[in-house]
Design a protein around this ligand. Structure first.
Ligand code: OGA
Ligand code: MN
Length: 286
């Protein structure tokens, strides 16, 4: 089958057709897809009605999988993170329930796993059930955002390090959302504010809602800079919005983009997504 890869937005996103994820995929195809992921940051594979096992097998073709943390309320230590507003018995979880609020953290711009010392390399999200309206996912190019910064700004960011934490992200939604065990497993970490990609040596911004403050600066000054950079990076010209259809699989490189979920009537409509993630290569700070 011929593979076609078509760009979706000037700076980010491409649609991939001609790959069947239910079948074994050869090394050349993985090489081609890995290059496309690096180029476009987000790859959309429509019409992939896959099992969890097939998703895990496809994900592994790109590199080592990162298991969820045992204390993660939606992973429980396995390879699949269930991002869903439906409980085990098939009932919609009320929007004001703590479980819904925890997942609302996904609606803040973020890069998966930036609260970890070795952040997640890439994520793959498979849509099982989608609402008829709303519930899109948006992706913002951290590469285009960095490239468009004025030269002086780029220079002023050199060497800066920010603290990222799960607790800081969830406090923006509501206090006390995290279990004691999860809080203990997610203590704050440091990351460079400008990340250099080993593939090409190019720079990307590293911001998002886990980023709390700048090391060595007052909290207010650091937070103001992080807010300014987040607003910069998520301007419409850097963003692709994905409107989900059931059986879409979307893969993204967490180094190259931020993402956020958009709201929907989550008290009325089901939305069930299964995510796998690829492990990162190492810490961003020396
Ligand atoms: C994720 C995520 C947002 C969404 O899967 O990592 O942030 O729209 N998802 O479900
Ligand atoms: Mn996410």
């Amino acid at each position: 089958m011929t593979i076609t890869i078509r760009s979706l937005q000037e700076h980010i996103g491409a649609k991939v057709e001609g790959v069947d994820i239910t079948l074994p995929i050869n090394t050349q195809t993985f090489t081609r897809l890995r290059k496309a992921l690096y180029k476009y940051a987000v790859l959309v594979f429509p019409g992939q009605d896959i099992t969890d096992e097939q998703q895990v097998a496809f994900s592994r073709g790109f590199g080592p999988i990162q298991m969820t943390m045992a204390s993660d309320p939606y992973g429980g230590g396995g390879p699949i993170n269930r991002i869903s507003n439906v409980d085990e018995s098939g009932h919609i979880i009320p929007p004001d329930d703590n479980r819904s609020l925890y997942q609302a953290g996904n609606m803040l711009w973020h890069s998966d796993g930036s609260f970890k010392a070795v952040p997640l390399r890439a994520s793959l999200l498979s849509a099982k059930v989608v609402p008829p309206i709303g519930g899109e996912t948006e992706y913002a190019s951290l590469r285009a955002a960095y490239a468009a910064l004025p030269k002086e700004k780029k220079v002023s960011l050199e060497g800066l390090v920010a603290e990222h934490s799960m607790a800081y992200s969830r406090v923006q939604i509501a206090p006390n959302l995290l279990s004691e065990a999860f809080r203990k497993e997610t203590s704050p970490v440091n990351h460079v504010l400008v990340r250099r990609l080993p593939e090409t040596g190019e720079n990307v911004l590293y911001v998002g809602s886990y980023a709390s403050h700048v090391i060595g600066w007052s909290i207010e000054k650091g937070r103001a800079l992080l807010k300014e950079l987040l607003e910069w990076a998520t301007q419409p010209q850097f963003v692709y919005q994905h409107r989900w259809r059931a059986h879409d699989l979307v893969m993204w490189d967490n180094r190259l983009c931020l993402h956020r979920g958009r709201p929907w009537k989550n008290g009325s409509y089901r939305r069930i997504m299964h995510r796998t993630t690829l492990a990162g290569d190492g810490p961003t700070v020396g």
